[in-house]
Write a protein that binds this ligand. Structure first.
Ligand SMILES: Nc1ncnc2c1ncn2[C@@H]1O[C@H](COP(=O)(O)OP(=O)(O)OP(=O)(O)O)[C@@H](O)[C@H]1O
Ligand SMILES: [Mg+2]
Length: 408
């Protein structure tokens, strides 16, 4: 892909989401696996597919809101009922619990969509004129990479609650794609449904364009010889590669992550699929745009900050300080350090002959500047990762790697 085409709106973003992810899903033995049917995978050549929709009575759904654009709200929550969307593969799967009741509802107009890199989050391709652009994140109970991608009431509630919470953060390098509306069929724990994520980052700035962070370093499926977008950007801006990557990519990601963790107790999973680099018309990176807010929360950090815990479940699902620290390590050392920064450092090495340790040392400095009290939240001298055995559902089992993190 040519860097210049990044400015071509939703189509450019979708192209990167679907086809500029070559070689990026190698960060674990499970990362490249998927049980989604081939035609629904992002890299398929199916241009679009239709979500199955139903008209659900208002009193049979749970609705969660984080200040949605009014036209978007009214598009889904209508006087005659709620527009309830189901992924076609979920709709066709007789083993999906609760589907019987949903199938009995009156059908509504299908929603034409295309998948993003996560597979289960899709972009609405033809929203009515007055309705703002949006993604739908769907209940898709098949394994995609490590997890079974269910989207239950708790996930929906928490994603919207975190979206609401993030509106309080003020930091010029931080922006986010809010999950502004969540709809579950039913009101109990097992209920499932979908999220609506607006395409305009908040706070909104005009004349900006998004590049999913994996597309900075990954290959383009259809143009295997094209240099990575990061290399094109460095070239076009005539930038010094190491300072550019540190100041324009790594430092903003670390600073945003540390601000949100320390000030809000929210552990954003800022890996390369959950972050997008926002560039201006000259392709200069300006902000890191975050998405995907079904994340762990550190109740201790919330208490220290004098904040409530308006989330379902017990935040970290961890009883001890040690277990909390393990989650901090998993998110920072693995998701950000290993799954994201490691690949970018690999580009610096292969294109510019840069010693990766020089880059890592600078990131460590940024980390300690941004997280001066890291000793309270992180394990000393070691880091944690997921065990390779796949546990059932979304339970996680962590493993002590017995080696220090190279990124902090
Ligand atoms: N380069 C990448 N790094 C990490 N994950 C990637 C990458 N490319 C694609 N993915 C996919 O994105 C998903 C990441 O999981 P994650 O839980 O962050 O997202 P999600 O909750 O399914 O969706 P969303 O991010 O849209 O909210 C997985 O399905 C994974 O296979
Ligand atoms: Mg994600």
């Amino acid at each position: 892909m040519d860097l210049a085409s990044v400015t071509q709106g939703d189509q450019a973003l979708l192209y990167m989401e679907r086809y500029v992810d070559e070689g990026a899903r190698t960060y674990s033995p499970l990362a490249g696996r998927t049980e989604a049917a081939p035609r629904y995978r992002p890299e398929s050549d199916t241009p679009w597919f239709d979500l199955v929709t139903f008209n659900a009575p208002r009193d049979r759904v749970s609705v969660f809101q984080a200040d949605p654009a009014p036209a978007l709200l009214h598009h889904f929550i209508r006087p005659e009922g709620v527009l309830f969307a189901v992924h076609p593969e979920t709709w066709a799967n007789d083993t999906v619990e609760g589907l019987g009741d949903i199938r009995a509802l009156p059908r509504d107009t299908p929603i034409r969509v295309a998948p993003t890199a996560s597979t289960r989050t899709v972009l609405a391709l033809e929203p009515p004129k007055n309705v703002p652009g949006h993604f739908l994140k769907l209940h898709y109970p098949v394994r995609i990479s490590r997890f079974n991608r269910e989207l239950r009431l708790k996930n929906i509630h928490n994603s919207v609650a975190v979206s609401r919470d993030l509106a309080n953060l003020r930091f010029d390098k931080f922006a986010y794609l809010p999950d502004t509306l969540g709809i579950a069929f039913g009101a109990d724990e097992q209920s499932w449904g979908f999220l609506i994520r607006e395409t305009w980052p908040r706070p909104f700035v005009t004349g900006r364009f998004l590049i999913p962070c994996f597309a900075l370093y990954a290959g383009d499926l259809n143009h295997p010889d094209a240099p990575p977008l990061l290399v094109q950007m460095i070239d076009r801006l005539a930038a010094e590669p190491v300072p550019f990557v540190i100041n324009r990519v790594f430092a903003p990601v670390v600073e945003c992550w540390a601000r949100v963790a320390r000030e809000r107790g929210i552990l954003l999973e800022s890996h390369a699929q959950n972050t997008l680099l926002e560039v201006d018309r000259d392709f200069v990176p300006r902000r890191v745009v975050h998405r995907d807010f079904d994340v762990w929360v550190d109740p201790g950090a919330r208490h220290r900050a004098g904040l409530e815990i308006p989330f379902l479940g017990r935040g970290m699902a961890a009883d001890t300080d040690e277990a909390v620290k393990q989650h901090y390590s998993l998110v920072y050392d693995q998701f950000i350090g290993h799954h994201f920064f490691g690949y970018v450092a690999g580009i610096l090495k292969s294109y510019y002959g840069v010693d990766e340790e020089i880059v890592r040392a600078q990131v460590r400095e940024v980390f300690h500047r941004s997280f001066p009290d890291a000793g309270r939240s992180f394990p000393a001298r070691t880091m944690f990762k997921f065990r390779n055995e796949v546990p059932p559902g979304r339970n996680v089992m962590l493993e002590d790697m017995q080696q220090p993190s190279v990124w902090r």
